[in-house]
Every structure is written in C-alpha cells, then in structure tokens.
Design a protein around this ligand. Structure first.
Ligand code: A4P
Ligand code: MG
Length: 282
C-alpha cells in the first residue's frame, strides 16, 4: 500500500456536490482506502481566464494501485461525473489531480508527480497542510512552503461531515424569493443543493429536478417552499425521498404534512432556513 494525496477542484454549479461525488467514488473503490479529507475551501480562481470561485479540497488515501492505475480511476470518476452532469448538471467541472504518490517522482507525457505547480498554489497547500503539515514535497515542508506563498483568496469553509445535501422544494430563479436567497447561502457555505422546480430548468447554475424522488442519494434536509395545499399533492414523493428532516419555512406549515412526515420517522421543524443559515443554527 502506498500513501497518496489527491487535489479536488470544482467551480461550477453544485460545487460541494461534485466534491462529494469524487470522495464517494474514491471511497467506493476496492483498491483505495480514504484516510483523511480536508475541509472544503472556497478559493479565488488562479489562471488567465476569469471564472467563478473554486471549491477545493485535498484527500489522503492508502492505495494498492500503481500511479497509472490511480490516474485511470481519477479520469473515470471525472468522466462519470461528466456523464451525470449531462443528465443533470451540464458541463464537466470536476478536476482530480494526483499531488503526491509516496515519494515517487514521475515525469512523462501522461503523468507528472509531484504535481508540478502544487508548490505555488495555496488552494492546494492550505488543505494539504491541514491534513499533513509535516509532509515533504521534494525538500520542502508543506507547512513552511504555505507560509512563503500568498494565500489571500483561500477561505476555509466547512468539514465534509458537516456539509449537508439539501433539497429545495419549490426552488425559484427569482432573486427576491426566500428559496433563491437560501440556495445562494447554502452553496456559499459549502452545502450541496438539489433544487426542485416545475418552472425553472436551471437555478444559480444548478439544473433542477422535476421530482425529488428522482434524486439518487440520501438527503439531509428538505426545505419546503410550497403552499400547504400543493404539498398534499406531492407528499408521498417527499416521504419516499426520506430526508433526515424537513423544514417548513414560514407560511408553509401544514398539520397534515407534518403528521405524514413524522409517521415516516422524519424530523420536522418550523423555522426559516435563511435565518438559520445566517445565525449558524442550520
Ligand atoms: N496529468 C499529468 N500529471 C497529472 C497529475 N499529477 N494528476 C495529465 C492528474 N493528471 C495529470 O488533465 C489533463 C491531463 O493531465 C490528464 O489527462 C493527465 O494525463 P485535465 O484535468 O484534463 O486538465 P486540467 O486540469 O484542466 O489542466 P491542468 O493543466 O491540469 O490544470 P490544473 O493545473 O489542474 O489547473 N484555481 C483554483 N482556485 N482552484 C483550482 O482548483 N484549477 C485549475 C486547473 C486552474 N485554476 C484553479 C484551479
Ligand atoms: Mg487536472
């Protein structure tokens, strides 16, 4: 087994969702055992083209693969993610780089290890330093190298195990809507979102589902922005999605919905998601 470090980046749509997808993909591989994951960092884009801020993280693993086998696995996860996104999210924006592979040095057409620009990049060194400050890259300690370079525009957000997947029922692309403001805040804080809308195709760069039952992974929270009357029509599908909890935002409280969620073992809260996000209670 060899210890390897992977840099993960995404700068489009549901960035936290893409990072989670990569981590799940690696954790599910038999040849890989994930031993640490950094916080999610929000980082200013580095490079010539102006683009959205990135979410970055670094993952540590033990692997029985050789470096080329690991590279193929990374490319496959990027590609799977691309395929998924063709159905749901649009263009590919997951970037997986091998930063370090034991103390191996490789320099050929398809693979360069250690990753050639990692020493200059705070969006790599800050999360790497968090999980292994005493690691050497060549003759440099990660911790010392991080102090040498400029790390402005690199903001630590949230740990993966605190990051929630939140379904927004009745999501809207209108900026004056609470659901829209909550989606911005959720994404800014490092949560991943699943907007559900009958009207809008894409909201804030994230394509919408028509039904929450079409979503394939466990959900932490559903936030409701539907009138109580409309809720009754969709409640069976919301119950099937089996979130851990449902938040009835102000004006959406419904005794009947509450009864049905609680009968299915789902926690309910009458609260305002936006306020909870802003006061850190989420
Ligand atoms: N390749 C060679 N060495 C490696 C390695 N160590 N790990 C080859 C992974 N791949 C490696 O990669 C192209 C090919 O590089 C692979 O097929 C593999 O054979 P790619 O992911 O398709 O191309 P890319 O990532 O778009 O290009 P490049 O040059 O790798 O870009 P970078 O350096 O990854 O930079 N700003 C912020 N804040 N955060 C970011 O994450 N990322 C980039 C992309 C730019 N600016 C950024 C960030
Ligand atoms: Mg790359």
């Amino acid at each position: 087994m060899v210890e390897a470090y992977i840099g993960i980046g995404s700068n489009m749509g549901d960035r936290a969702g893409f990072l989670k997808y990569a981590i799940n993909g690696l954790s599910n591989s038999e040849e890989v055992s994930v031993t640490a994951v950094s916080f999610i960092y929000k980082t200013d884009p580095v490079g010539p083209v102006s683009q959205k801020k990135y979410f970055n993280a670094v993952l540590r693993m033990e692997t029985s693969l050789d470096p080329y086998g690991l590279l193929s696995l990374l490319l496959r996860i990027e590609k799977d993610c691309g395929r998924l996104r063709n159905e749901r999210w649009g263009p590919r924006t997951l970037d997986l780089d091998i930063l370090l592979f034991g103390d191996l040095e490789i320099e050929d057409a398809s693979l360069k290890v250690p990753h050639p620009s990692m020493l200059e990049r705070a969006f790599v060194l800050a999360p790497l330093n968090e999980i292994r400050p005493d690691i050497r890259i060549g003759n440099r300690l990660a911790r010392e190298q991080l102090e040498r370079i400029d790390s402005t525009g690199v903001e630590r957000l949230i740990a993966f195990d605190q990051s929630k997947t939140v379904g927004i029922i009745g999501a809207s692309s209108k900026p004056d809507r609470y659901s829209n403001r909550a989606q911005i805040k959720l994404m800014d804080l490092g949560h991943s979102v699943v907007p559900v809308s009958q009207r809008d195709g894409v909201i804030l760069g994230v394509p919408c589902l028509r039904k929450i039952a079409d979503y394939w992974e466990p959900l932490d929270t559903l936030t409701l922005y539907l009138s109580p009357h409309r809720q009754l029509q969709v409640i069976p599908e919301l119950v099937v999605a089996k979130p851990k909890r449902v938040i009835f935002n102000p004006g959406t409280e419904s005794m009947e919905s509450k009864r049905q969620f609680e009968a299915a073992g789902i926690l309910t809260e009458e609260a305002c998601t936006l306020v909870m996000l802003e006061t850190g209670q989420f």
